[in-house]
Design a protein around this ligand. Structure first.
Ligand code: GDP
Ligand code: ZN
Length: 296
């Protein structure tokens, strides 16, 4: 591990606009870089290689900054082979809307996704089954796990090996517990990455990448509990709901946002139960949050 700083030439990118908003992510977790080694063992990054993919979200609002249109993009991590969206069956209660937001972020970044529903040992009445079936039907690999009984943990481990996997989920769903069950003895919280934000002040977004075995890396994002997908246009949101994609080309208007437009095939499919009303509600909720003008 080599502690690096950025070469001066990158610094000017922090200040792209006069309206006091700064770019927040020059080098991110998962990037491949070139660096020069200093005598004291530290490094200076002078090149960031092109990213194969990256996950991003809207940067949280910064007090005192002015916002026109969409907030800044904050890149969470790059070059990811696999995104694990982790939720719990109970405690905290299963929240399909959060999963759907994570799914949209993953789909729009073209990252393969696995859904993990943890704490299955608490779900004595199998209330979670209908949700598992819904996501399986859409085409997502959906795994039930318990860090207590060990159910599903082997399956999760098999999916991790020889890949770079990002763990994403709300606080308390059991990400660390699953990780520790798979790799006993490894400590998930190993460091912190700070990113530049408003006026050079640091806000800390913790993202840790851990090499768990040769060629196997896990990225943990304890600083990122919520996600507002970035850079998606209203008319494109439906493409990231994979259960909508069979219908969106049958809408009367190709700019259809599937809200109340006449001849909307998605609304028809919801009425006929071909699309889950819960997914459609999630869609509408995300649609409301999209701000069309992008600053950059
Ligand atoms: P994280 O914030 O997502 O990393 O969640 P943690 O791993 O810290 O777990 C939060 C709490 O849930 C802890 O008290 C764990 O002991 C508990 N927990 C984690 N996984 C399970 C599980 O599969 N079943 C049960 N019953 N509790 C769990
Ligand atoms: Zn439509």
């Amino acid at each position: 591990m080599i502690r690096c700083s950025l070469k001066g030439k990158f610094k000017k990118e922090f200040n792209l606009k006069k309206d006091k908003l700064y770019k927040t992510d020059i080098a991110v977790v998962g990037d491949f870089v070139n660096y020069e080694l200093n005598d004291d063992g530290t490094g200076v990054i002078d090149e960031i290689k092109k990213r194969e993919n990256y996950l991003s979200r809207k940067a949280p609002k910064i007090k005192g900054a002015s916002y026109r249109g969409e907030r800044l993009e904050q890149i969470v991590a790059s070059n990811i082979d696999n995104l694990f969206i982790i939720s719990s069956a109970l405690e905290p209660a299963f929240n399909n809307k959060v999963i759907d937001r994570f799914l949209v972020a993953g789909e729009s970044s073209h990252v393969p996704i696995t859904i993990i529903i943890n704490k299955i040992d608490l779900d004595r009445d199998n209330l979670i089954d209908s949700w598992v079936n819904l996501y399986k039907q859409i085409g997502y690999e959906t795994i039930r796990t318990s860090a207590v009984t060990g159910e599903g943990i082997g399956t999760v481990k098999d999916l991790l090996l020889n890949k770079k996997t990002l763990f994403w989920g709300q606080s308390g769903v059991g990400k660390s517990s699953i990780f520790n069950k798979i790799f006993p003895g490894l400590d998930l919280n190993v460091g912190e990455i700070s990113t530049y934000s408003d006026k050079g002040k640091h806000t800390t977004v913790t993202t840790n990448m851990i090499k768990v075995e040769e060629n196997t890396f896990v990225i943990d994002t304890p600083g990122i509990r919520e996600i507002a997908p970035y850079g998606i246009k209203k008319k494109d949101l439906g493409h990231y709901f994979l259960d909508f994609t069979d219908y969106i080309y049958d809408c009367r208007f190709n700019t259809c946002t599937h809200q109340h437009e006449p001849g909307c095939a998605v609304i028809g499919a919801v009425k006929n139960n071909y699309i889950s009303k819960y997914r459609y509600e999630s869609y509408l909720r995300i649609l409301e949050t999209i701000e069309e003008d992008i600053i950059f």
